[in-house]
Design a protein around this ligand. Structure first.
Ligand SMILES: CC(=O)N[C@H]1[C@@H](OP(=O)(O)OP(=O)(O)OC[C@H]2O[C@@H](n3ccc(=O)[nH]c3=O)[C@H](O)[C@@H]2O)O[C@H](CO)[C@@H](O)[C@@H]1O[C@H](C)C(=O)N[C@@H](C)C(=O)N[C@H](CCC(=O)O)C(=O)O
Ligand SMILES: Nc1ncnc2c1ncn2[C@@H]1O[C@H](COP(=O)(O)OP(=O)(O)OP(=O)(O)O)[C@@H](O)[C@H]1O
Length: 503
């Protein structure tokens, strides 16, 4: 990477303040972690917990220059900028050769449904472009068709440097499309600064991620999510979302009306309207009506089966249909892809002979729990709803009251147990949830061991019951006192219980 190119790019974005380096210098490496610096690298000084010791370590490891918001007055030269997070994103794009230019990039934001929709979209597009669809999801990253190109994710949206590094790998692996989740935190911390999306989707918004290390308030949370609409060539919006008018207004700022698409349940005003045709305990079927006179959209008027239950998943699937249409998919690809998608820990279904139907779902706040229980209650009114859940410690304290509200509205029985208690006592958390429960509607039992709670829920269930194991999905740990304590996962525990009971 040549320094004069970097300076020109920084100047273009009004970030450049000056340098103590000669402008004909070149770098062989770029890093923001002192432990990953190689010879003749540019080291980027950023972060809430940044320490000058990291800069010294980076220099010892081979950094020949640093990029920072302040001059550390060292012999080693520096490049100075007004905003180092934005500068990191631009430097990474330059260093990795702007890999986004060789990918069709689809980004999903929303409080709920990002992971599910990302999986749906990838599965559809894999029908159209086999082995050429990369994915950055909360669960895992896929950069190519080989097993070594797939690995677990650390964040929902990675640091900018890692995003562009992985995009470069994906392009080098022959990938044509990238489907990724864009958390609000990504805009808060400029992880996608300077990235233009071919398609940006806004699924929904409800209060979440507000706290010390996240957004200061809801207005900031919404502001960050809206940024995806301002940075996308095509915008797709769920017309049923709260704050729809603000989302649409944000999309209109930089996107022409015929590149803005909306969808909603039984919404004749939306570009595409979806109608639920059937729902069983294990899957569902819906139809789309196209309300805009547009030849590209016309073929979407069809019927689709989704192998994951939940009316909210019909909405997620519709988002994926529109996004994949813009990427070049045919309706048959959509129908096949949706009918064959399962998402780890999202509405996984275990059927039993005598103990009802068991759902494993990642619902871990009021919004998702409410959507899940409302769907099950409305669709299967003759069934009793039994829920196993806890609430995380050290954060999201308001979730406890939210869970109780959703249980009061729709559940019959709740087994309150452990879910990532952190430094808190799980039973104290369970008691707090219980304090908001209306016991005339919901019968509660407090059981500290999650495995025991799952056992009791399934063992006491009959074929008229729906048993919901909520909150952990496929998490293979419990966060206890700062340690990720191994946990077999809800699906494994549940299957063992079913095998034991029905042997
Ligand atoms: C508050 C927050 O989001 N922090 C993220 C941010 O940290 P940061 O830039 O402030 O860096 P830091 O962790 O304070 O470390 C300081 C700097 O020193 C460097 N360092 C550190 C140690 C060392 O020996 N040498 C060294 O150079 C680090 O590389 C870093 O650049 O950037 C880091 C990557 O560069 C992230 O790992 C870190 O995420 C933390 C772990 C986190 O938990 N973030 C959560 C809140 C988050 O981002 N969540 C979203 C939302 C999820 C959702 O929607 O559900 C997500 O996208 O996952
Ligand atoms: N469109 C939706 N509306 C409401 N709830 C949903 C929707 N889609 C999924 N959910 C619920 O939210 C849970 C999380 O879904 P998913 O992982 O797809 O969302 P996410 O946006 O990636 O979530 P998170 O940011 O919490 O990781 C699901 O297990 C389901 O209970």
């Amino acid at each position: 990477m040549r320094v004069n190119q970097l300076i020109a790019l920084l100047q273009e974005h009004n970030l450049y303040q000056g340098t103590t380096l000669s402008d004909d210098a070149t770098f062989d490496g770029l890093a923001y972690d002192s432990r990953k610096v190689s010879a003749n690298s540019l080291f980027v000084c950023k972060g809430f917990n940044f320490s000058v010791d990291y800069l010294h370590q980076a220099i010892a490891n081979g950094a020949t220059c640093y990029l920072a918001e302040k001059d550390y007055n060292l012999v080693t030269p520096g490049i100075f900028v007004t905003d180092v997070r934005k500068a990191l994103s631009l430097a990474a794009q330059l260093y990795f050769g702007f890999p986004q230019n060789d990918l069709f990039v689809i980004g999903y934001t929303g409080t709920k449904g990002k992971t599910t929709s990302t999986y749906f979209t990838r599965n559809i597009l894999e029908q159209t472009f086999p082995k050429q669809v990369a994915m950055f999801s909360t669960i895992n990253h896929i950069l190519g068709p080989k097993p070594e190109d797939q690995f677990k994710a650390h964040l929902t949206t990675a640091e900018s440097f890692d995003i562009f590094r992985e995009m470069r790998q994906a392009v080098d692996n022959g990938q044509k499309v990238l489907v990724m989740e864009v958390a609000s935190q990504a805009y808060l911390l400029d992880r996608v600064y300077g990235l233009r999306f071919n398609v940006g989707l806004f699924l929904n918004i409800s209060p979440d991620h507000i706290g010390v290390n996240e957004h200061p308030n809801f207005a900031n949370y919404l502001f960050c999510k809206l940024q995806l609409m301002l940075n996308s060539d095509n915008c797709i919006i769920d017309a049923d979302t709260d704050h729809f008018d603000e989302v649409l207004a944000a999309a209109k700022v930089s996107t022409a009306p015929d590149h803005i698409f909306t969808y909603g349940v039984d919404q004749p005003q939306a570009t595409v309207s979806l109608t639920s045709d059937a729902a069983t305990l294990t899957d569902s079927q819906f139809s789309l009506t196209v309300n805009r006179d547009d030849d590209r959209l016309a073929p979407l008027a069809a019927t689709y089966n989704v192998s994951v239950p939940g009316d909210f998943n019909q909405s997620n699937a519709t988002a994926a249909i529109l996004a994949s249409l813009l990427a070049g998919a045919h309706v048959t690809d959509m129908q096949t892809g949706l009918a064959n998608t399962t998402i780890p820990g999202r509405m996984e279904v275990l059927t039993t002979q005598r103990h009802g139907t068991v759902y494993i779902d990642y619902a871990h706040d009021w919004g998702s729990m409410n959507a899940l229980l409302h769907f099950l209650h409305a669709q299967f009114p003759d069934h009793q709803i039994k829920v196993v859940l806890g609430s995380t410690g050290d954060k999201g304290e308001d979730r406890r009251e939210g869970f109780a509200k959703a249980l009061n509205d729709y559940a019959n029985v709740a087994f309150l147990t452990t879910d990532d208690p952190g430094h808190e006592d799980p039973i104290a958390i369970a008691k707090e949830i219980d304090s908001y429960i209306d016991h005339t509607k919901v019968q509660t039992t407090l059981i500290p061991q999650r495995e025991d709670a799952i056992h009791q829920a399934i063992a006491t269930a009959t074929n008229h019951d729906l048993v919901i194991l909520a909150g952990k999905g496929q998490d293979a740990y419990q966060k206890i006192n700062g340690i990720d304590t191994p946990y077999a996962t809800d699906p494994v525990v549940a299957q063992e219980v079913i095998d034991e009971l029905e042997a």
